[in-house]
Design a protein around this ligand. Sequence first.
Ligand SMILES: NC(=O)c1ccc[n+]([C@@H]2O[C@H](COP(=O)([O-])OP(=O)(O)OC[C@H]3O[C@@H](n4cnc5c(N)ncnc54)[C@H](OP(=O)(O)O)[C@@H]3O)[C@@H](O)[C@H]2O)c1
Length: 509
Amino acid sequence: MSTKPLTGHETPGDPCCIVVFGASGDLTKRKLMPALYNLKALKLLPENFALIGVAVTESNDDQYREKITSDIKQFATREVDNAEWDDFAKRSYYLSGDFNSPDTFKNLSLKIAEIQKQWALPGNILFYLAVAPSFFGKVVEQLSLVGLTTESDDAWKRIIIEKPFGHDLASARALNATLSERVKESQIYRIDHYLGKETVQNIMVFRFGNSVFEPIWNRRYIDYVQITVGEQLGVELRGGYYDQSGVTRDMVQNHILSVLSLVAMEPPASISGDSVRNEKVKVLEAIRPMEPEEILANTVRGQYGPGIIDGKTVPGYRSEPNVNPLSNTETFVAMKLMVENWRWADVPFFIRSGKRLAAHTTQIVIGFRRTPLLLFGKDVEDNIMPNRLVIHVQPDEGITMDIHAKRPGPRVAIANVPLDFSYKDFGETSAATGYETLLYDCMIGDMTLFHRYDSVDASWRIVDPILDVWQALHPRDFPNYAAGTWGPEAADKLIEKSGHSWHHYFLNK
Ligand SMILES: NC(=O)c1ccc[n+]([C@@H]2O[C@H](COP(=O)([O-])OP(=O)(O)OC[C@H]3O[C@@H](n4cnc5c(N)ncnc54)[C@H](OP(=O)(O)O)[C@@H]3O)[C@@H](O)[C@H]2O)c1
């Protein structure tokens, strides 16, 4: 696993053919193609590769090359070098076909064989399923029926599957059963682009690469953990999808629980492969699914009404395009979760996420306990917050540690001062989409940052009972927060009951 920005000093991925299902989709043009181009620019895409885009729209290789060339101009995150891009484009092909039709896969098999011959490619194939979840099982099934998923000693076949993996526990299990009939777990790369972010990967380096933090990373010294994923955006053009999903499925089940497990896991035996995934799943298994009365006490859901963001009035969720005007879908969630193991017993993990909040920010706050003895007088002590460590994931990436220092002057007065580290200080990061590391890791066969099925199952087991209770009890107060705020008041009350409050930290402000 790459634990620092990819620089191009790494060895390129294995020569392979990359097949992107959903070649004309939003994800492909905005993220995948720019990420593949960045890998090429960093010399991390194998020199010998070819790409085949598959989608239903009629088109041909030349038209597809024109399309991706125009898209890359719009969505590249670095300046496009013409020679590099020309090589990329000339190795790119298009196959039009319906995923529902077995002929598409027969044609794909022929096209792959032709292109492998033309470029003298080995048998390695990376399939990227940038398609609606309803196609995940179908595409894998058809690929296996035409023999495209069969591996040999010198030819791997890997499948990257986008989120969401299931709509609930039952559908996740059904999808997994379909996939595992056709391919091995070691061929399935369930992607979570959050885990491609530098700062998220840095959680492991920070915890296990520094000797000072691990000894205090437990219930003796840590009072609480907060994870906030706040978006200022509304549902944009994704109302149709979002209204069926909601923030708990969209954010908590995958990204937030995965980040939480990185924060809380035991040190793994090694930093790659299954060691990390073994430790992550143990954390999720230590979060006991809540009983209905615990759900009512420890969770809050919300939906935004109209409000003001950046000085502009924005509509409420129920007035967004493709959203049911009577929708009960939650656009905000806050929860108190307990990780019931020796390291974390009694330490609350507060998580919250929402759309149309007051700021666009993802941050993890680790709150330490107060010092055991008050030495400086009650007035001084009352005014200082216990130490906090903030891991900023986005938009700014970095780490802040709040410490206490004496204000200059004859009297003892204490102030909180931040020790700030910003990723910008490394000076070597290049703008990236967040997909580069993950695509690269797939090409070198490193599954560390991809979800293994047991962790998907464990996180659905946490979330499913909550969604069931909410489904049974329709919210009576929606919309219950104005766009541009930090969510419903009930979220503040939830955390205040435990003697805490939500923190909002911003780097460089
Ligand atoms: N967009 C994002 O930022 C984002 C972020 C995270 C995860 N995801 C996940 O990524 C996946 C793709 O999302 P998206 O936003 O890129 O979707 P999208 O823009 O709707 O693209 C869907 C793609 O699938 C193709 N397609 C649809 N029906 C087909 C059929 N019957 N046969 C063949 N091709 C068909 C479309 O081809 P035509 O254009 O030819 O119709 C298009 O290329 C979803 O699972 C989504 O949840 C997306």
